[in-house]
Design a protein around this ligand. Structure first.
Ligand code: PEP
Ligand code: MG
Length: 755
């Protein structure tokens, strides 16, 4: 065996020459395997390429039978080569045939070779193929040799990724690198987006792999690591001045890794094999990514992510910052792909060029998902490895309704989706035409149609939809998407902006509804066994009134000279409502005494979302100016089924007699007390459910902006009196054969109501 360090360097230089030669892809591969075999004093060197069908095809060999090239195919995970591919790890065996995974392929003639060294051909942590050397003698390859072969595999990775090998493939058996990927995730924001991948944190593309001067590369590496360490120290200092928290933990982890000897040793070793500093970082990073993808322990996975982020920073340091695409340069029809993203980062992008968002993380309640919904950007979360399987500029489809993505979709899928998008646009145009039509049913019942909102980006929806106002303004959203607690001034500014945008239309502000699943990153949260039943919403507001009073003051200031509608979330007892109401009166007195301008009128209401209030409706209605039903929570508590838990959330139908009877009791009580009742949960946003609500007596619905059109279309086609007559007996007696939903559907079909 040659000098372990001299060897790979010589090899890399020769590989560079071969890569530059103007020869066919097959000739180039053939030359490469001969060169590697000679350099490593191996009798065999073979390249296997991972195909779209998951199998591995022999693309070139020196030493095995030439006839086997493009003939020998190993099934997914088959043989030692399959094992290297699935584990994404080197396999070094003195006696390969004794290994339980060994698969004998007679056409190759490999039975005479005993020792085996296989390394994965990796790119961004994904296996593209396997590079193998074999010898007759029983021998274990040295660590330097393993390292050298891995370095060589990088050059092959670039060759496969470039698409050069596709010309050698049979149709349907192309290299997997550019394969179409369909992945299931979590639907976070509805809509369908067709476009091209824009990586939120673009991978730095290394062009120059092979070092001219190793000493120079080592020096570059050392300098960049020093700069990186210094920049982390600066970030930590800045962080220390603002707040402590999760972000600090991440930075601490960065600092630890940046000083980790093992990591630095690996980087230097990779440079010693002849790579440029940036190629060395990529090599080590690719290993990290491969390990990350197989790691199931969430803590370790997170740490590997940190290490990956750190390597990214180092690469940028080495290659200059101009690798970042600037936000202003976002191309048309962009689909952002990221591991995760802060809401602020999403808001920074030009919405008009954004068609979708794909995240590796993200849950329905994550802040970025809230913002994505407000912006109307189709979003899918929980897509494993999205950011490493997608390449900049790849065609991609985001289906935020079904919660799936199609990366590099085949033509059939793409045209089917394009048709869907066209259809949607046509329907949207029809709804837009209803914009200025009042929501009056065929039999003359007038319905107040309002929207739910919570962020400034929601406000244009008021004009776009022609809604009658904002029926639920979730004030906690401002708190949830902010990095720090919004100050009084910021709250005041938002509320004023909202009232200005509403331009006289009513806005119902709900006071802070935090706790439960609504967590503020900068506030210490309590460990609670049952957070949904815990210390949340108005309970926090009453126990720690400072926060609530600041908010009330901001609201009262903002509404000076105008009408203000306030409501409290999660009220469970009449006394809670009274206490909250008296806080408002105290603030009003305070403002009056100090000569501040006051709102013209203050209306105070409560959300009905805790079942106990169903049995206190008369007392509540005597004290409140209005009530608003939060059906999301009310239904979750009625059935004792967590609204965020997919296993149970769909188990019970809200369109069932118990829920409908409860809702009817609220509507009836409102009428008896002559007090307005609104329903602002998701229930009202679905036309069939909204139809049932009208039949129960509701005349004010607050829905998502996207639902205004479909719900209004339903109202315009409905005879409410007939619907009431149909529903009344259903509430009294069960119909053994059909569910309420089925009966409502049949009614809608029979009367041509668009639901
Ligand atoms: C509800 O519970 O129905 C509601 C409107 O409030 P939120 O979804 O914000 O809990
Ligand atoms: Mg609620």
């Amino acid at each position: 065996m040659r000098g372990a360090l001299g060897g790979p360097r010589v090899l890399l230089r020769r590989l560079r020459e071969v890569m530059a030669e103007r020869v066919s892809a097959q000739e180039r591969l053939d030359k490469i395997v001969v060169m590697i075999a000679a350099n490593m004093v191996a009798e065999v060197c073979s390249v296997y390429v991972l195909r779209v069908d998951g199998s591995l095809e022999l693309y070139a060999t020196e030493g095995l039978s030439r006839e086997a090239v493009h003939q020998t195919v190993l099934g997914a995970g088959e043989g030692l080569v399959g094992l290297v591919a699935t584990e994404a790890q080197a396999l070094n065996l003195p006696n390969a045939q004794e290994h339980p995974a060994f698969a004998y392929k007679p056409e190759t003639g490999e039975e005479i070779y005993h020792s085996f060294l296989g390394v994965p051909v990796l790119r961004a942590g994904n296996t593209l193929g396997v590079l193998v050397v074999q010898n007759r003698a029983h021998r274990t390859y040295s660590e330097e040799e393993v390292e050298a072969l891995q370095t060589t595999a990088m050059v092959l990775a670039e060759m496969i990724a470039s698409g050069e090998l596709s010309s050698l493939a049979r149709p349907g058996a192309e290299p997997a690198v550019r394969r179409a990927v369909q992945a299931k995730g979590l639907a976070l924001a509805e809509g369908i987006g067709l476009g091209r991948v824009v990586l939120h944190e673009p991978r730095v593309v290394v062009k120059n792999f092979i070092a001219d001067d190793i000493q120079k590369e080592l020096k570059r590496l050392d300098q960049s690591v020093d700069t990186l360490r210094a920049s982390i120290d600066v970030m930590l200092e800045e962080e220390g001045m603002t707040r402590a928290g999760e972000h600090r933990d991440v930075l601490e982890a960065y600092r630890m890794f940046a000083h980790d000897r093992g990591w630095l040793h690996k980087l230097r070793e990779a440079v010693m094999t002849g790579l440029t500093a940036e190629a060395a970082v990529e090599r080590v990073q690719s290993d990290t990514r491969a390990r990350m993808q197989r790691q199931t322990d969430p803590y370790l996975r997170e740490r590997l992510h940190d290490l990956d982020d750190l390597a990214n920073r180092l690469m940028r340091e080495l290659m200059g910052a101009d690798q970042f695409p600037r936000r202003e340069d976002l191309p048309e029809n962009s689909i952002l792909v990221a591991r995760n993203m802060s809401p602020a980062a999403l808001l920074d992008f030009d919405r008009s060029r954004l068609r979708g968002l794909v995240l590796e993380e993200g849950t329905a309640t994550s802040h970025v998902a809230i913002v994505a919904r407000a912006l109307g950007v189709a979003t899918v979360g929980q897509v494993e490895n999205a950011a490493s399987i997608a390449d900049q500029g790849d065609p991609i489809i985001v289906d935020g309704d079904a919660g799936e993505i199609h990366l590099r979709p085949p033509a059939g899928i793409e045209s089917a989706y394009a048709e869907k998008v066209r259809l949607r646009a046509r329907r949207q145009a029809q709804y837009a035409a209803l914009r200025d039509k009042p929501a009056v049913s065929r039999d003359g019942e007038q319905v107040q149609l309002l929207i739910n909102a919570g962020l400034v980006v929601d406000l244009p929806h008021l004009k776009e939809t022609g809604a009658d106002g904002i029926g639920l303004f979730r004030t906690e959203l401002q708190f949830m998407v902010a990095a720090t607690l919004p100050r009084t001034g910021e709250q005041l500014r938002l509320y004023r902006t909202v009232l200005d945008a509403a331009d006289g239309k009513p806005v119902t502000f709900r006071t802070l509804d935090i706790g439960g699943d609504k967590v503020l990153p900068y506030m210490r949260s309590l460990e609670e066994e049952n957070p949904a039943l815990g210390w949340r919403a108005i309970r926090v507001g009453l126990d720690r009134p400072a926060l609530l009073r600041i908010q009330l003051r901001a609201l009262l200031h903002a509404a000076a000279g105008r009408d203000l509608r306030l409501m409290f979330p999660m009220v469970a007892a009449v006394e809670e409502f009274e206490s909250a109401r008296s806080l408002v009166e105290r603030e009003l007195t305070h403002l009056r005494r100090h000569g501040h301008a006051l709102p013209e009128q203050v209306q105070i209401g409560a959300m009905v979302e805790v079942p106990a209030l169903l049995f206190a409706l008369d007392e509540m209605l005597k004290r409140a100016d209005f009530l608003s039903v939060g059906s999301n929570d009310l239904v979750q508590f009625l059935f004792a089924a967590d609204r965020g838990n997919a296993r149970v959330a769909g188990r019970f139908d809200a369109l069932s007699p118990p829920v409908l009877r409860a809702l009817k009791a609220i509507a009836d009580a409102g009428r008896a007390h002559d007090k307005p009742i609104t329903l602002c949960g998701e229930l009202a946003s679905r036309p069939l459910e909204a139809m049932a609500l009208l039949a129960l007596g509701f005349r004010a619905l607050s829905v998502s902006a996207a639902a205004i059109g479909p719900v209004k279309a339903m109202i315009l086609g409905l005879d409410v009196g007939k619907a009431e007559k149909m529903l009344a007996p259903v509430l009294l007696e069960r119909d053994g054969d059909r569910t309420v939903r089925e009966r409502l559907e049949a009614f809608a079909a029979e009367h041509g109501v668009p639901v």
